[in-house]
Ligand binder design. Structure first.
Ligand code: G6P
Length: 612
């Protein structure tokens, strides 16, 4: 949700900022802009993607060694050239980029208008640029104190970087609820929404905390203070992110690369945490609070989007294997209904980005109520990872395609490991079954590889159904959340309306929609509910629906009646989602390609949703 890049050093700022904005486009891509400081303060901004900004700016004065850039996901004001960032103050002295929402912008704007300010854009951000200018001029302050004063008046979420035309070797960044990372190079500095624009130049970074302000001065280097102007101690982290991890690596799209990475990423999620031969599963994060977690009254899982779907699979896993009572909540709904949470509950947040605003708000509330907070996060050092009492990184590596794929399977892998660890500790699982699941888990990466071989067949099915405008996804038990996830993938990237349903629930409504134009994807692998799902398929066929069935290798019954079948290797019930979701990811991918959609940056979506 909006990406920020800023640079101050000896190199030309513009190419570094543009390259960084390309890396951050997953956060928003409806408009982009830069401000370059070289005696004058030049601002270039354009509706559309970063490439459009580049085309627009190519003949302009781009010389500068200090600059800020922004790629936007609109919240206030439609995406157009004027509403694009950077925003400047009334007299043009200040330029600012912002990620977040200034909730009291209306009141501030009114007060500034009374003081004679006039505004160009419809954004909340412009108000902040004007407010900073007001403090700069009114009290003859320096930029840092003007920013500090302005921020004390602001309600809402922000990550900002600010430039002052009168102070060409200086910039100020600050954050509250939206992420901001400072990169420390050799006599050069970077500020960005995440480390991806920085890693090419340095692996030394500081993750700013809420209400921290960083100043960067060409002569005196950097300093981090809090909003009360007290100097803060900082931890410099050394990242081991590699540049290749941020490239497409020969694939047409990041999403396809990420789908095909899953044998490796699932393996990475398990690395060091499991040894089937020795009957060993250990999830380090659980050990720190094992008694409390083991004896919790309830697990409450909070998450959004795809992460919420893996939370639903977590519910099945914890309940079946570890006999723990679980509730799965949409993070966005959680805090608006006065939920009953006590100190005996464990609240688990699942988040790929670790920056989702709704999930963060849910966690804050759970914390206030005294629950233990556990995080299952991909993005190392992210805000959610730092908010939790304990947690496990999923180690899937950077996920760049907006539609989540490898993060989902890694989240489910961690949830399986956690459920097994707790089941063993609580003695709720039969020893042979425990061993069997461990062995199966270790085999999953190899089996995912096998499923990926169906890619050509899935592309063919995609060609057959590419023109459908609706689709239904059905599954039971562990595969019900997979049906939801399959439908979400199709909606997200191919803009086809799709619904996921528990297979047996179909007869209570969606069956009315079925006709010869309706593709119905049925996940029919569950050994336990096989006969029931078979009947559901018969019901669809009787109404002329076209059935695409995901079946277990060697299936003969469903093959006889379904229009298309995709085989996946057999495994134990709790692990089927790790295999059954793969064909659904590929199906959505190929349909979206055939329909000419933007795979990695689907319209209106953003990968990291930092507004509520
Ligand atoms: C956005 C993304 C989804 C993601 C969801 C939750 O909607 O487009 O892919 O599942 O946010 O994000 P999180 O980072 O918290 O997992």
């Amino acid at each position: 949700m909006c990406g920020i890049v800023a640079y101050l050093g000896d190199q030309e700022a513009y190419p570094i900022i543009i390259e960084g904005l390309h890396r951050l486009e997953y956060r928003g891509y409806d408009s982009a802009g830069v401000a370059l400081l070289n005696g004058s303060l030049n601002i270039y901004k354009k509706k559309g993607k970063v490439a459009e900004l580049e085309a627009f700016a190519k003949d302009k004065d781009l010389k500068a060694t200090v600059g800020i850039g922004h790629t936007r996901w609109a919240t206030h004001g439609e995406p157009n050239d004027i509403n694009a960032h950077p925003h400047r103050s009334n007299d043009g002295r200040v330029a600012l980029v912002h990620n977040g929402i200034i909730e009291n912008h209306g009141t501030l704007k009114k007060a500034l208008q009374e003081l004679g300010h006039t505004f160009e854009s419809d954004t909340d951000t412009e108000v902040l640029a004007h407010l900073i200018e007001e403090y700069l001029n009114r009290d003859n302050s320096d930029l840092e104190s003007a920013v500090r004063k302005a921020l004390t008046k602001v309600i809402g979420a922000f990550a900002i970087v600010v430039l002052d035309r009168e102070n060409p070797d200086f910039m100020v960044g600050a954050r509250r609820s939206s992420p901001l990372v400072v990169g420390l190079g050799d006599e050069e500095f970077f500020i960005a929404s995440d480390a991806t624009p920085i890693i090419k130049y340095t692996n030394k970074v500081i993750y700013l905390k809420d209400d921290e302000i960083v100043t960067i001065d060409r002569k005196n280097g950097y300093e981090v203070t809090n909003i009360e102007n007290e100097v803060q101690e900082v931890t410099i982290k050394e990242l081991d992110l590699k540049l290749e991890e941020l490239e497409k690596g020969g694939y047409d799209h990041f999403m396809l690369k990420e789908i095909f990475q899953q044998p490796a990423t699932i393996f990475e999620s398990m690395r060091g945490r499991i040894n089937a031969l020795e009957g060993y599963v250990r999830v380090g994060g659980l050990d720190m609070h094992l008694n409390k977690i083991k004896n919790a009254d309830r697990f409450v899982i909070v998450a959004c989007g795809t992460s919420w779907h893996s939370g639903l699979i977590g519910e099945y896993l914890f309940e079946e294997l570890a006999r723990i009572n679980v509730e799965v909540e949409y993070a966005s709904e959680f805090r608006y209904r006065n939920p009953i949470i006590t100190e005996k509950d464990v609240v688990i947040a699942i988040s790929q980005s670790g920056e989702t605003a709704d999930t963060m708000s849910a966690l804050k509330l759970a914390k206030e109520k005294g629950a233990l907070i556990y995080g299952i996060v991909n993005n190392v050092g992210s805000t959610i990872a730092r908010m939790t009492d304990a947690g496990s990184y999923i180690h899937a590596g950077p996920e760049i395609g907006v539609a989540s794929t490898k993060a989902f399977t890694s989240q489910v892998t961690i949830l399986s490991l956690m459920a097994l660890h707790l089941a063993f500790e609580k003695g709720t699982i039969d020893k042979d079954y425990y061993r069997r699941i461990l062995t199966e888990l270790e085999n999953i990466p190899r089996k995912v590889e096998q499923v990926l071989k169906a890619d050509t067949q899935i592309r063919y099915i995609a060609e057959e159904i590419q023109h459908a405008n609706n689709a239904l996804y059905l599954g039971r038990g562990y595969n019900f959340p997979v049906a939801l996830e399959g439908a979400l993938k199709l909606k997200e990237i191919s803009y086809v309306h799709a619904e996921g349903y528990p297979a047996a629930e179909m007869k209570h409504g969606p069956i009315a929609l079925i006709d010869e134009n309706m593709p119905v994807v049925v996940i029919a692998t569950n050994v336990s509910a096989y006969e029931k799902v078979l009947s559901n398929i018969q019901e669809v066929i009787a109404r002329k629906g076209r059935v695409i069935a995901i079946v277990t290798e060697g299936d003969t019954e469903i093959k006889k009646i379904a229009n298309y079948t995709i085989e996946i290797p057999a495994t134990v019930d709790p692990l089927t989602p790790l295999l059954s979701v793969i064909p659904l990811q590929l199906l959505a991918y190929h349909i979206a390609v055939l329909r000419g959609c933007n795979i990695d940056q689907p319209r209106n979506l953003a990968k990291s949703v930092t507004v509520e």
